[in-house]
Design a protein around this ligand. Structure first.
Ligand code: SF4
Length: 386
């Protein structure tokens, strides 16, 4: 099945200050080399258009500008970038153009100009409405900044706003998480991503945790917070469409859905990843991480690829099951048979029967889905099917 559409991911690897839990490819940089970085992004796009002519026949479906902190880039820079992308692609449906925004980096005027530049969706990295928790996460913004940012975004005319929240912050208790959810719901954003804090290797939080100095909620408390999130957000009318993602009807993130549906995307920028579902079982590649090295490589050869892997059939199957079951839409048996030439239902009949009996998955309309009980321990259930 050849994907006729394409998503573009752009990575902006600069932040005002590195958060102690963050393992994303980003560096602290008070002096962002905006012009040379955007020049490099556009050169990299030109390289792909030249090397893979079939790209220009694809319909542009999404552009996602993530980071790092993309809202550090000026609206003029974002406009130049979007103009470059629009000049090489056409589309059949208005593309979703998302910009990640750190509430500590924008004013009303800046958001308005982002909108005029062509951004039609914002993803606000609010993370928490509690000044205490924002401080322990090392964020540069306050609760007031977060609320102002949301209000500015609405006033600027954005009618598709997502907010990110983090649960299981050190010292956080269930009632505090409950207040976070209340605060989020009261703003009525179109999309809410509610992630559990994960302790990533090589971060200050990892070291603190090893030394026993990070007071993380127990596993039981984490599960309670996860369950509360599902109950509270779905009762408020949000559709729980992926393990950590909720949206008002029809306002799922089109870009992230591409990842979960194994759709094609090209990543531009330092450390950006790309994926194409063909030839064979798919291929993914990734760029050099350091911004200076990325810019040099693009200026020398037009590309900055650091590594590439061709998926084996087994890897593609594992990925198809893993990503498919994380979505509330689940995996259609027909889609699976068409992609892999064998039946998921028949090849795993015994395991599926046990999981159904345990109330962890369900089979409806020829589709396999996690139940709400299964969602709570999604990774364990999915792994048992791989
Ligand atoms: S702002 Fe985001 S990308 Fe930057 S350091 Fe913090 S978590 Fe990482």
């Amino acid at each position: 099945m050849k994907d006729q559409t394409i998503g573009i991911y752009i990575h902006i690897p600069f932040c005002v200050k590195k958060c102690p839990y963050c393992s994303f490819n980003s560096i602290e940089n008070s002096d962002v080399p905006e012009d040379s970085y955007i020049d490099a992004l556009l050169k990299e796009l030109a390289y792909y258009m030249h090397k893979t002519p079939d790209l220009s026949e694809k319909s542009l479906e999404t552009v996602y500008i993530g980071g790092g902190t993309p809202s550090l880039i000026s609206p003029g820079g974002i406009e130049r970038l979007l103009r470059g992308i629009n000049s090489v692609f056409s589309y059949t449906r208005q593309p979703e153009v998302t910009l990640e925004v750190n509430p500590g980096t924008v004013t009303f005027e800046k958001l308005l100009q982002f909108k005029e530049a062509g951004v039609n969706r914002l993803s606000l990295g609010i993370q928490s409405f509690s000044d205490k928790d924002l401080k322990s996460l090392g964020r540069i913004h306050t609760k007031r900044d977060a609320l102002n940012c949301f209000e500015y975004a609405r006033t600027a005319g954005f009618n598709n706003i997502g907010i990110d929240l983090i649960s299981c912050i050190p010292g956080q208790i269930l009632t505090e998480w409950s207040s976070e959810l209340d605060a989020a719901i009261s703003l009525r954003p179109e999309h809410i991503s509610a992630y559990t804090l994960t302790i990533e290797k090589d971060t200050p939080f990892f070291r603190l945790d090893k030394e026993g100095r990070l007071l993380l909620p127990s596993e039981e408390e984490q599960l309670e917070m996860f369950e509360l999130t599902i109950n509270r957000l779905t009762s408020a009318g949000y559709n729980h469409y992926e393990v950590s993602n909720y949206s008002l009807q029809g306002l799922e993130s089109r870009h992230n859905s591409r990842y979960w549906d194994s759709g094609d995307y090209i990543g531009l920028g330092a450390g950006a990843h790309s994926y194409r579902s063909s030839p064979d079982w798919g291929v993914r590649w990734w760029n050099i991480s350091l911004p200076d090295d990325y810019i040099k490589s693009i200026n020398n050869s037009g590309q900055a690829i650091a590594g590439l892997e061709r998926l084996t059939e087994e890897e593609a199957i594992t990925e198809g099951i893993f990503l498919g079951l994380r979505k509330s839409n689940g995996i259609s048996y027909d889609w699976f048979s068409e992609r892999f030439n064998f039946s998921l239902k028949e090849s795993r009949s015994q395991r599926i029967a046990i999981l159904i009996e345990d109330g962890l998955i369900s089979e409806r309309e020829n589709t396999l889905r996690l139940t709400s009980k299964g969602l709570i321990i999604a990774d364990t259930v999915i792994t048992s099917l791989i």
